[in-house]
Design a protein around this ligand. Structure first.
Ligand code: ATP
Ligand code: MG
Length: 261
């Protein structure tokens, strides 16, 4: 059975979407079948994969709220082995539409249903908030992958996120665990960035990936061409870092499978 991984951090602009798109692509290019769920009304993962958010007929919103079949919503991408459940601004309505519903944290889990049997990995790109959408992602997921930008308030943000993960684990999803922490947009010339990276490693230890994503122009430019960085320019330092991350991610998965058996 495939693994469902929420890519989450309530802080905005830390590299959630860039990580979702490039890691999902790199894992697919390693031969895995991968689904990326865009759970952000901004639709950045959708447009970053070359799908026009205005012209898509059905989005993840239709699956969540209208029970639309996943097969109606899913689109194939330019990356072989990577499918997408697109999002657009409609998804912003979910917060209000579900406000009075019972079990409102379960809508994504129910919509995904048995889909994890059909994919090796399902990534969920979360919005920058700890609202109902992110809670849905954390309820549907097996693990959480946390992109962290090495800035002054990074540790405070991480502490808040970890306690939210803990709350969801206690209330809705006893199996939820942290997949790993990935340092993003790293600039080794920046002293503060190096210090924050050390703090994060000291605190989260082996949960922090050895691969570090550098600040890299390919990763910033690629979305405007509707392609993942690793297709747009595979040789760039940013693409190479995501390819290294994919290998580490897959190796971790094998380790934890061995632990269970
Ligand atoms: N390693 C990188 N090098 C250079 N630019 C990057 C890198 N990672 C992300 N960016 C750029 O930084 C911005 C924020 O990244 P991204 O959209 O991935 O963050 P996010 O956490 O998904 O944001 P949001 O919270 O709004 O969803 C984007 O313009 C993206 O292209
Ligand atoms: Mg994003």
């Amino acid at each position: 059975m495939g693994k469902i991984v929420a890519v989450a951090n309530q802080k905005g602009g830390v590299g959630k979407t860039t990580t979702s798109v490039n890691l999902a692509s790199a894992v697919a290019l390693e031969g895995q079948s991968v689904l990326l769920v865009d759970l952000d009304p901004q639709g950045n993962a959708t447009s970053g994969l070359g799908v026009d958010t205005r012209s898509v007929r059905y989005t993840v919103y239709n699956s969540l709220i209208k029970n639309a079949a996943i097969d109606l919503v899913r689109v194939e991408t330019a990356v072989s082995g990577l499918s997408l459940l697109p999002a657009n601004a409609d998804l912003a309505g979910v917060e209000i539409e579900l406000a009075q519903e019972d079990h409102r944290e379960r809508y994504l889990k129910d919509a995904l249903g048995e889909l994890s049997d059909r994919y090796d990995v399902i990534f969920i790109d979360c919005p920058p908030a700890l609202g109902i959408l992110t809670i849905n992602a954390l309820t549907a997921a097996k693990t959480v992958l946390i992109p962290v930008q090495c800035e002054y308030y990074a540790m405070e943000g991480l502490t808040r996120l970890v306690s939210s993960i803990e709350r969801v684990r206690q209330s809705f999803n006893p199996d939820l665990s942290i997949e790993g922490i990935i340092l993003t947009m790293f600039d080794s010339r920046n002293t503060l960035a190096r210090q924050v990276a050390e703090q994060v490693r000291a605190h989260f230890k082996e949960k922090v990936y050895r691969a570090v994503i550098p600040r890299n122009i390919t990763l910033a430019e690629a979305p405007s061409y509707g392609r993942p960085g690793i297709l747009y320019n595979a040789a760039s330092s940013g693409s190479q870092a995501y390819i290294a991350l994919a290998k580490e991610f897959l190796a971790h998965g094998e380790e934890s499978t061995r632990e269970r058996t």
